[in-house]
Design a protein around this ligand. Structure first.
Ligand SMILES: Nc1ncnc2c1ncn2[C@@H]1O[C@H](COP(=O)(O)OP(=O)(O)OP(=O)(O)O)[C@@H](O)[C@H]1O
Length: 238
């Protein structure tokens, strides 16, 4: 029977490994990892410090390349893309959020959110309106003119979410996004991320070492251990 393509598959990793062979002894940060993420899923990558979570996320983001193995996202095989095509992939397909927010300190919230649209064909006024709408969606209408140092940690992370969603990504990647936040602010942030996957054409992969958070947030938890995928549990399986 001919193989039937599953249009729901957004991310597919096949035997992905990453080693830092120039070090002695060589470090196998990620070892033979394979998994599929379908549209509509919220997946947590859970593991202890050093288990390879960030390395894996960065490879899916196109920030780093596997030593061996294949990563396919939204029909693009990342290892076959040129540097320009990887930049297009990152801009068109991926939104990324980090624990440290990574906002530009001398720019306002609005300017930070407008930033990913610099290559956009839209008029400046249209881009500003889109950024205002994104900030309103995360509840920051009153804070648009503030710089990061004038915002709380939770507000800064919401600006980072608005920025990550600005180009309409299919895949949202979040690396310990609530690591610096108190629990109630963290819950607000997770709620914003959950809303993203309400549109079933998208998916989120969230890296965390916090087991409770992983199960609370996601529909599926991938356990990493020493660079390997230890097990894969649907929420409700445990
Ligand atoms: N650029 C690098 N050069 C050499 N080794 C690296 C590099 N980046 C990561 N590693 C090593 O790869 C392994 C996995 O690191 P990684 O940051 O992916 O783990 P992690 O699970 O995200 O950890 P944490 O939760 O502490 O961020 C670690 O042993 C780390 O020391």
């Amino acid at each position: 029977m001919p193989h039937k393509a599953n249009n729901n598959v957004l991310v597919e990793l096949t035997s992905v490994s990453k080693s830092y062979g120039n070090l002695h002894p060589a470090v196998n940060a990620v070892n033979e990892v394979s998994f599929i993420v379908s549209r509509g899923e919220r997946v947590a990558l859970l593991g202890k410090s050093g288990s390879g979570k960030s390395t894996l996320l960065n490879m899916i983001a196109g920030l780093d390349r596997p030593t061996v193995g294949k990563i396919c996202v939204a029909g693009r095989i990342l290892s076959e893309l040129s540097a320009t095509a990887i930049a297009d992939y990152r801009r068109e397909c991926v939104g990324m959020i980090f624990q440290a927010y990574n906002l530009i300190p001398w720019r306002t919230a609005l300017q930070n959110v407008e930033l990913p649209m610099v290559f956009d064909r839209r008029e400046k006024a249209e881009r500003t309106a889109a950024a205002q709408e994104a900030l309103a969606a995360v509840g920051l209408t009153e804070r648009m003119g503030h710089r990061p140092s004038e915002l709380s940690g939770g507000e800064q992370q919401r600006v980072a979410i608005a920025r990550a969603l600005m180009n309409g990504p299919e895949l949202l990647l979040a690396d310990e996004p609530t690591g610096n936040l108190d629990s109630s602010t963290a819950e607000d942030i997770l709620e914003s991320l959950r809303r993203f996957t309400e549109n079933s054409q998208t998916a989120t992969i969230l890296v965390t070492h916090d087991e409770e958070l992983a199960y609370r947030f996601s529909t599926r938890v991938l356990h990493m251990l020493d660079g390997r995928l230890d097990h894969d549990s649907g929420v409700g399986d445990v």
